[in-house]
Design a protein around this ligand. Structure first.
Ligand code: IMP
Length: 437
């Protein structure tokens, strides 16, 4: 019986998915990324050593695991090579453990330049992207003009398409954005330099996965970003350009719905967001600053300070529904340790009228909603590194129970993270042993 699981973020990303994927990978054979690119930042701490991965799946630290970049992932080959080199300097050998789908769209220099130029031109209305060229690369996929990894098999044609695209983007960069053009020869030279190293990792991912499923191998599908950054279901236009909700798994890897047994939603004990866009429970006071400092809420990709706020159960409920989440993993509980009281958003009001969020979600008016809070007592004791539920203070247990009750009582918190290290984890229900997985 396969025990395949999707692990995805239920908020605006940075929920701590990387640690949980790394933690659970012990029992798994494959870890598959299916969307996003090197805009993601998955931080892993093993034996106090911090490793940040942007593109390579978080299972790579386990020697038995094969890591896969599905067709939904946009790849900057230069940044992928940098990450491979970083791992090799740490003594982590990839050998044949990294597989790239031939259908991955490529991120090239002009995507980055356009991303940056657009953000600059938008000024205060900017999205606050990571500046990695993610949006423009996905646009090229949709327009069908972009280059994919399989284009590297025919460099003559590649060079021709590249020239066409460079001319198109340079026209925009120079004439519309009054910015500098990119250099065709430089891009081609860099691609040629890394081509062989990339092509030796290319495989037919849907067939590889089919083989894995048939051979009773176990697969983790690792989400990047979070559900509210989903292009179709998030807080548009302040979203990323891929599907970070469950649908992305299927279009972005070629896996079939029938192969997914479980969806683990990762939720931070409070909320954070990087970049622009509405954030109903945002705290711009000392508590917000405390969460930022204690939670080390600095973006691992761009180094930007994350915005912080109280846990928003209205948004969490929406994510549970959107992704058909089976159970939750609550992260960073220890960050709340010192607070005398903790607020949780349980509803929204617009113009003082309560919104029935189980029927309607006010996306178009999210800037103007007034969050309705309940206040729970804090625990004012350290939960850092706790590995057993019994050792949690009563108030912390009540906080967890409150979340479960709000979510209907049938979505339980199965894992709690009490620190960044692999070992700082409470497992309430061993997912791998669950009957329904
Ligand atoms: P892009 O993905 O670089 O286009 O950025 C679009 C939005 O998604 C911006 O608000 C980014 O800050 C946000 N974003 C992209 N990747 C991540 C992530 O891994 N964690 C949190 N936010 C992200």
């Amino acid at each position: 019986m396969n025990k395949n699981i999707v692990i995805l973020g239920t908020q605006w990303g940075d929920e701590g998915k990387g640690k949980i994927v790394d933690y659970l990978t012990e029992m798994y054979n494959y870890v598959v990324r299916y969307q996003g690119g090197h805009n993601a930042g998955h931080t892993l701490v093993v034996n106090k050593k911090k490793i940040v991965l942007h593109l390579i799946p978080s299972g790579i630290l386990h020697n038995h695991v094969i890591c896969v970049l599905g067709n939904g992932v946009v790849i900057s080959i230069i940044d992928l090579i940098k990450e491979i080199d970083m791992l090799s300097q740490l003594g982590i050998k990839l050998d044949k453990r990294l597989i790239i789908s031939s259908h991955c769209p490529m991120i090239l220099q002009y995507h980055v330049q356009i991303d940056l130029a657009r953000e600059l031109a938008l000024g205060k209305d900017c999205i606050g992207t990571t500046g990695r060229g993610i949006g423009p690369a996905y646009e090229d996929k949709v327009s069908r003009l972009g280059l994919k990894i399989f284009d590297l098999y025919n460099m003559e044609l590649f060079a021709k398409k590249l020239k066409r695209n460079v001319d198109y983007y340079n026209f925009q960069l120079v004439n519309y954005y009054k910015s500098s053009p990119v250099d065709y020869n430089n891009i081609l030279t860099e691609v040629l330099k890394y081509r062989d190293c990339i092509l030796e990792k290319v495989d037919d991912v849907p067939m590889l996965l089919q083989d894995a499923f048939c051979n009773k191998k176990h697969v983790i599908f690792e989400g990047a970003q979070g559900s509210l950054l989903d292009l179709d279901h998030g807080t548009f236009p302040y979203v990323t350009s891929s599907n970070s909700t469950i649908g992305g798994v299927f279009t972005g890897s070629g896996a079939h719905m029938k192969h997914i047994n479980f969806v683990l939603g990762v939720v931070k004990s409070y909320c954070t967001r990087v970049g622009s866009g509405p954030f109903p429970t945002e705290l711009k006071d000392d508590i917000g600053l405390h969460l930022c400092i204690k939670g080390k809420e600095i973006g691992s990709t761009t180094g930007r300070k994350r915005r912080t706020g109280w846990l928003d159960l209205v948004l969490l409920y929406r994510s549970i529904v959107l992704n058909s989440i089976s159970s939750l993993c609550l992260t960073k509980l220890d960050v709340l340790d010192e607070l005398p009281e903790i607020k949780v958003c349980i509803a929204y009001k617009i113009n003082n009228v309560l919104v029935d969020n189980k029927k309607f979600f006010p996306f178009s008016n999210l800037e103007n909603v007034q969050p309705v809070y309940i206040t729970l007592p804090g625990w004012k004791k350290s939960t850092k590194g706790v590995t057993c539920l019994h050792d949690l203070p009563l108030e912390a247990k009540k906080y967890i129970s409150y979340i479960e009750e709000y979510c209907g009582g049938n979505i339980l918190v199965d894992i709690i993270s009490t620190g960044p290290d692999r070992c700082e984890t409470i497992v309430l229900d061993d997912l791998f042993k669950k009957k329904n997985i």
